[in-house]
Design a protein around this ligand. Structure first.
Ligand code: UFG
Length: 329
């Protein structure tokens, strides 16, 4: 069985990836420092605890396990926080990733799947967004991810490193088997916040601005289930193992939902009236982000299963109902 190093394997998407890999005949090896991940989310695979800028630990992992590929989920991912604390975004998302890549080159591990983001596009000129759309990120989070995309291009030309960048749109939903779900501390993401409000754990949902140029004035996003993201990672990894390198793929549903649409759908699913309050815009938020993902469908053979927002929110709702406080640790 081939080993896949899942960096950030205790996080929201990384932990689900470990489950998906193990269901598909691979052995996940997890590296996480638990700065934002959860011990209870580590259920599949062998765990190493520590940082990706710890060269000794990386050498140990690469020596003790023959690693076929590295998937890198360990990043800070709050758009708002990146504006107020850019230092930690560049340190963690860029500098530490550079260290991981150097260690891979040194240890002759040459397949890398990078979790990039639609935030690298900034305010789109054309929607839906194709992969060749200009990338002008408007927040440090997006810039940190774009920097790594550029580093990867240079590394792959200079060294024996094959990579794929997967630009996620808004990751959402929970494990359909209800084992793993979304639990950020602090929670800043819309769907978990709305569901926690439906559970009575929060008084209201703040809507960050209703004066955007959209049908109802609130921001539009394209929500994609973690199961579909995991499927794309596996396909991308197998494509790299087949000798392919250097491409990027958008991963989204191609459908945009406004903040109000999300709240309305969640209200129907949870059969709850969700109290809201319109507040100021959040810095760094583009008005509309919707993906064109044909390239992943055609080239990777990606077949997303969760096309509708309702189905995505339903999986999240089941997990939140079962785990109202998230992972209790
Ligand atoms: N929102 C609110 N109120 C809240 C939380 C969010 O109105 O309490 C709005 C945001 O302004 C945004 C939308 O809901 O318009 C979605 O916000 P999230 O915080 O859930 O997600 P983001 O779109 O900010 O961020 C996500 C991922 C990033 C990714 C980014 C691309 O977390 O990793 O999408 O924009 F890069």
């Amino acid at each position: 069985m081939e080993n896949v190093l899942v960096v950030g394997g205790a996080g929201y998407i990384g932990s689900y990836m470990c489950k998906y890999l193990s269901k598909n005949g691979y052995a996940p090896v997890i590296l996480d420092n638990f700065s934002r991940g959860h011990r209870m989310a580590v259920r599949y695979g062998k765990l190493y605890e520590g940082n990706i800028n710890n060269d000794g630990l990386l050498a140990k992992i690469f020596t003790e396990n023959k690693i076929a590929a590295v998937m890198h989920f360990a990043a800070y991912c709050y758009v708002g926080e990146s504006v107020t604390a850019p230092d930690i975004y560049y340190k963690n998302n860029v500098s530490a990733t550079l260290n991981l890549l150097e260690a891979m080159v040194k240890n002759n591990v040459n397949a890398f799947i990078f979790s990039s983001t639609c935030a690298t596009y900034g305010n789109p000129i054309d929607v839906p967004i194709f992969e060749d759309h200009p990338q002008h990120p408007i927040n440090p989070y997006g810039r940190s991810k774009l920097m790594v995309e550029k580093i990867l291009k240079d590394f792959s030309q200079a060294f024996d490193l094959k990579y794929v960048c997967l630009r996620y749109f808004n990751a959402a939903g929970a494990d359909p088997e209800e084992e793993l779900g979304e639990d950020h501390r602090p929670e800043t993401h819309l769907i978990p916040l709305v569901l926690q409000t439906a559970l009575g754990m929060r008084d209201q949902v703040e809507i960050f601005g209703n004066d955007y140029p959209t049908h109802d004035g609130t921001c539009i996003r394209d929500y994609i289930h973690t199961d579909d993201l995991a499927q794309a990672h596996l396909l991308a990894m197998e494509r790299i193992m087949g000798g392919f390198s250097g491409d990027m793929y958008n991963l989204g549903n191609g459908k945009g939902y406004s903040v109000n649409d999300v709240i309305e759908k969640a209200s129907e699913i949870t059969k709850t009236s969700i109290k809201t309050k319109v507040v100021n815009r959040r810095q760094g938020d583009p008005a509309i982000l919707v993906s064109a993902s044909q390239k992943a469908i055609e080239e990777l053979g990606w077949r997303p299963k969760y096309h509708e927002l309702d189905a995505i929110i339903e999986t999240a709702w089941k997990w939140h109902k079962k785990n109202p406080k998230g992972y209790e640790e």
